[in-house]
Structure formats: structure tokens, C-alpha cells
Design a protein around this ligand. Structure first.
Ligand SMILES: O=c1ccn([C@H]2C[C@H](O)[C@@H](COP(=O)(O)OP(=O)(O)OP(=O)(O)O)O2)c(=O)[nH]1
Length: 144
């Protein structure tokens, strides 16, 4: 399998080093770098304690872990976080915007998110014109 090296900066010594957990996925978990207390309905940008220089031609996607809502009742407010390769300055810390659906305390070190890197897409050019393919249908068209 191909490998890449990423230069990473941790907020301080207390931040756990990024690593693969459990060998079940190639996504890498991210943890809250601070203890956060939220009331139901509150929004917060949670510091994830890392900043990275992604490999040339890559971006990163951040998603919640599958257990994050069950454990903490929080939703990732932007649904998916996109980290551009240009987001690589010394103060470009990764953060997770969250919306709390219930009162919750998220302890520092709680693994609330996961990320992977993805190749950036090719430059897209849009050419206007009527489409002539067969309609596929969507939004429930294949039945229950
Ligand atoms: O969940 C996220 C989303 C983004 N970012 C960082 C990395 C990204 O490169 C930068 C800027 O994000 P984006 O390009 O989505 O926002 P913007 O262009 O600054 O603002 P917007 O598009 O909302 O106007 O913020 C995060 O740390 N976490």
C-alpha cells in the first residue's frame, strides 16, 4: 500500500499522537483538545489539537465517528469538514464545529472525529447544454 508522510504540529505535549486505532479502518481518529461543556442547542468550535501540512495534491475530510452522536449527542455542524492543503500555517489548527442536541460535557482527549486525506479533484470546466441521457429517478425511486 502506498504511504505518505505528513508534517504535524501538536498544540502541546498533552495531545495524544495521531495513530491508527484497532486496525479496522484507514481513517484516523481526532480528539478534543479541551474539555467542552455544552447546553442543548449550543454551538462550539472544538479544538482538535493538531495542524498539518498535507501532501501536495491532497485535502483532508473530517467526519464524526459513528459513535459520536450516541456518546455525546453532538452533530458536526458542517456535516463534513474539508481541510484545504493551503491550511498549513503554524496557527491553522484543525477544529470541529459541533451542535449539541443535549447538555453534555466532552472531556479533553475524547475521540469525537476521524479524518482521511483525499486526492484533490481535477479542474472542472462546465459546458452548458440539454442532457440527453435516460432519467434515472431518485429520492426513493427504487422503493422501500
Ligand atoms: O471542519 C472543518 C472545516 C474547515 N476547517 C479548516 C480547514 C479549512 O481549510 C479551513 C477553511 O475552511 P473552508 O474552506 O471550508 O471555509 P472558508 O472558505 O474559510 O469559509 P466559507 O467557505 O465558510 O466561507 O478551515 C477545519 O479546521 N475544520
Amino acid at each position: 500500500m502506498a504511504s505518505q508522510t505528513i508534517k504535524i504540529q501538536y498544540l502541546d505535549e498533552s495531545i495524544p499522537k495521531l495513530t491508527y486505532v484497532g486496525g479496522k479502518s484507514d481513517w484516523i481518529d481526532l480528539a478534543a483538545a479541551e474539555t467542552v461543556t455544552l447546553k442543548a442547542g449550543e454551538f462550539r468550535l472544538i479544538h482538535l489539537g493538531v495542524a498539518m501540512k498535507l501532501p501536495e495534491g491532497y485535502e483532508a475530510h473530517i467526519a464524526p465517528r459513528s459513535s459520536t452522536f450516541k456518546n455525546y449527542g453532538i452533530l458536526q455542524a458542517n456535516s463534513v469538514g474539508v481541510v484545504d492543503s493551503s491550511y498549513c500555517g503554524a496557527n491553522d489548527w484543525w477544529k470541529m464545529p459541533v451542535y449539541a442536541t443535549r447538555d453534555v460535557i466532552i472531556e479533553k482527549g475524547s475521540r469525537i472525529a476521524q479524518f482521511r486525506i483525499m486526492e484533490i479533484q481535477p479542474t472542472l470546466t462546465f459546458v452548458e447544454g440539454a442532457l440527453d441521457g435516460a432519467d434515472r429517478g431518485g429520492f426513493g425511486s427504487t422503493g422501500i
